[in-house]
Design a protein around this ligand. Structure first.
Ligand SMILES: NC(=O)C1=CN([C@@H]2O[C@H](COP(=O)(O)OP(=O)(O)OC[C@H]3O[C@@H](n4cnc5c(N)ncnc54)[C@H](O)[C@@H]3O)[C@@H](O)[C@H]2O)C=CC1
Ligand SMILES: O=C1[C@@H](O)[C@H](O)[C@@H](O)[C@H](O)[C@H]1O
Length: 319
């Protein structure tokens, strides 16, 4: 962060594993704290980034809100919708936005270009969106629900942002199982119903072997628009064309992560508050994700039911 981004310095690091914290802090000249709470209380810390694993997010985000410090929290905001609601309540009681959630696709040049085409109106009304989220492989602890809660959760946030409206119901189909995934139910096919009646399908394939492949195509009344090729060069050799495929999300979204952090820093410095994905977005993603897990288990269509949106999260600009 310190060497790539402007207007910010890493001054302190905490990790439950002190050796890891030290190895990150050392080269940056940052101090090491024994707990996240101690880091948040440190007076030299103006803003906090939470990137520990999901079940720890709630406690650190709540501690940052209690200290009145802006907090960037990696996805998910929290692992249950009840925990997300506790965060919403704390932030609403604070009275202004402090929380931003790490949904980096909103900062990807290709997704931003796709949204600009949609907004231009040339496609006409959007009718459908086809998405694919393919991982080369996943670790042994990955369970079938994670295809929704950890993986498709990015599409859940992305389509809410892309269309500027909520998802109202979810279905999940189970295609023939890939032998690459062992006992894992992989792939899955998710179907989201949007407020205005558009349908979004999302394929999750998490053992696809050939690389990390993210796709998206909007079908409108008058035309279609899709995420473009990311490759600066296309090779034609021996009767075949080829584009490189990223190995994982770090490679595919490298620039988006930098843009995401820079815009977060800039918004804190200029507006004094974050303007990216909010605690409401984190909450909505958790509710849709829970509906997806219920749909996976039951095989049924599961409606999404959100609480009333607090005024604090009213869109400031067309979403
Ligand atoms: N936006 C994106 O594309 C991605 C987001 N993520 C998210 O980032 C977060 C971290 O994921 P990974 O780096 O893959 O996990 P990881 O397991 O590799 O690293 C998590 C770190 O948190 C530390 N930790 C665990 N419990 C802690 C506690 N109570 N207090 C302080 N530190 C603690 C661990 O020691 C470890 O160093 C997750 O929420 C994950 O969903 C992960 C990958 C990509
Ligand atoms: O957040 C991420 C991972 O946790 C998840 O497992 C991957 O499927 C996503 O593409 C990546 O962005």
């Amino acid at each position: 962060m310190t060497s790539v981004l402007a207007g910010v310095q890493v001054v302190a690091v905490a990790d439950v594993d002190l050796e890891i914290a030290g190895s990150v802090a050392g080269p940056l000249g940052a101090s090491v704290h024994k707990s996240g709470e101690a880091l948040i209380a440190d007076s030299s810390v103006d803003a906090v980034v939470v990137c520990s694993w999901g079940p720890t997010h709630e406690q650190y985000v709540l501690a940052a809100i209690a200290a009145g410090k802006p907090v960037f929290c990696e996805k998910p905001l929290a692992t249950t919708q009840e925990a997300c609601l506790r965060i919403l309540e704390a932030e609403v009681a604070h009275g202004s936005r402090l929380v931003q959630v790490g949904y980096m696709r909103r900062y990807d040049a290709s997704y931003r270009a796709l949204k600009a085409v949609l907004r231009s109106g040339e496609l006409g009304a959007p009718l459908m969106m086809h998405c694919a989220h393919r991982n080369a492989s996943v670790p042994g602890f990955y369970e079938k629900e994670m295809a929704i809660t950890d993986t498709a959760v990015h599409e859940i946030d992305m389509v809410r942002w892309m269309f500027g409206e909520e998802i109202t119901a979810v279905r999940v189909l189970r295609p023939r199982r890939s032998a690459n995934g062992g006992d894992l139910q992989d792939p899955l096919l998710l179907l989201f119903e949007m407020e205005n009646g558009a349908l979004v399908d999302v394929e999750t394939s998490v053992n696809i072997r050939y690389g990390y492949d993210i796709r998206g195509e909007i079908v409108g009344e008058n035309g279609t628009a899709a995420l473009g090729s990311l490759s600066p060069v296309q090779v034609r050799v021996a009767g075949r064309t080829s584009d490189p495929v990223p190995t994982d999300w770090r490679e595919r979204f490298l620039t988006a992560y930098d843009v995401e952090f820079q815009e977060w820093i800039d918004s804190l410095r200029t507006a004094g508050r974050p303007i990216g994905p909010s605690a409401w977005d984190g909450y909505a993603a958790a509710v849709v994700s829970d509906a997806g897990v219920a749909a996976l288990r039951s095989g049924e269509r599961v409606p999404v039911s959100l609480t009333d949106r607090p005024k604090l999260y009213a869109p400031e600009v067309p979403a």
